[in-house]
Design a binder for this molecule. Structure first.
Ligand code: IPE
Ligand code: IPE
Ligand code: MG
Length: 241
């Protein structure tokens, strides 16, 4: 962990990157073009993190519900993910970014899974910034998978049911090695969570911005981080004098 957070800034920022489809639609172009433009922004925002004091960036790339889209859009997104990993791997490695994936990998094709595994392994020693990509991720699905593993540990006698507390389940979540997000940003004007980091965001601050994801640049990101700095987090307590 690099621990280079700026005073008062969020250490872990999670982003629901929404609005790629509408961005393309506004230009009379296919939705996939919006996803490609969105991928370019990912590069810019990841690069900006160390300078802005963000140690952890978690981005929502594909939800467990996104399989409902047309086969054309889903397969276009999957090939975009493969190409993103192939084209960005070297840059991520050189800029000191450690990459992790969260979500259920089992439904992803073997080639994409291999690329994900190798990017994680390749960047495992990086400490400058932590990028987590949520791919085939759903908060409820994650809790269900975690609960299944927890139940197996109980059945195998490795976990005492009476010892279960609010710190037990997070150890089974995909995010077990990550701190909870301090700030969750959603672009495109929608004010909903769409099944993202449900457990982990219990005390996160939320920022809903109207900008569509392909237009969300470094300056827009920095502005949202500044607003966070003026918020007052209480965690159920009262203001200290
Ligand atoms: C977010 O953009 C990217 C993914 C969900 C993969 P959308 O594709 O949801 O864009 P809109 O919401 O239709 O504009
Ligand atoms: C959430 O966006 C998922 C991602 C950004 C990957 P969606 O566009 O899928 O969410 P809804 O359908 O508007 O809730
Ligand atoms: Mg959307």
């Amino acid at each position: 962990m690099s621990g280079n957070s700026h005073e008062g800034g969020p250490r872990h920022v999670a982003v629901i990157m929404d609005g790629n489809g509408r961005w393309a639609q506004q230009r009379g172009r296919p939705r996939l073009l919006g996803h490609r433009a969105g991928a370019k922004r990912v590069r810019e925002i990841v690069e900006a993190c160390p300078d802005l004091g963000v140690d952890y960036l978690t981005i929502f790339a594909f939800s467990t519900e996104n399989w409902k889209r047309t086969q054309e859009e889903v397969s276009g997104l999957m090939s975009l993910f493969r190409r993103y990993i192939q084209s960005e791997a070297q840059t991520l490695l050189e800029q000191g970014t450690r990459v992790r994936f969260i979500g259920d990998r089992l439904r992803l094709d073997a080639k994409l899974r291999r690329l994900m595994d190798s990017l994680e392994a390749m960047t495992a020693h990086n400490t400058r910034c932590n990028l987590t990509i949520a791919l085939n991720y759903g908060g409820r699905d994650e809790v269900a998978r975690a609960t299944k593993r927890l139940a197996h540990d109980v059945a195998d006698g490795k976990l005492d049911p009476d010892a279960i507390c609010d710190e037990t389940l997070p150890r089974y979540l995909d995010t077990c090695v990550l701190p909870d997000p301090d700030l969750v940003i959603r672009t495109s004007g929608e004010a909903r969570i769409s099944n993202f980091l449900l457990w982990q965001s219990a005390y996160a601050e939320y920022e809903f911005v109207d900008t569509l994801w392909p237009d969300f640049d470094r300056a827009a990101f920095a502005a949202v981080l500044r607003r966070y700095g003026s918020r007052e987090r209480r965690f159920g307590g009262v203001l200290s004098a």
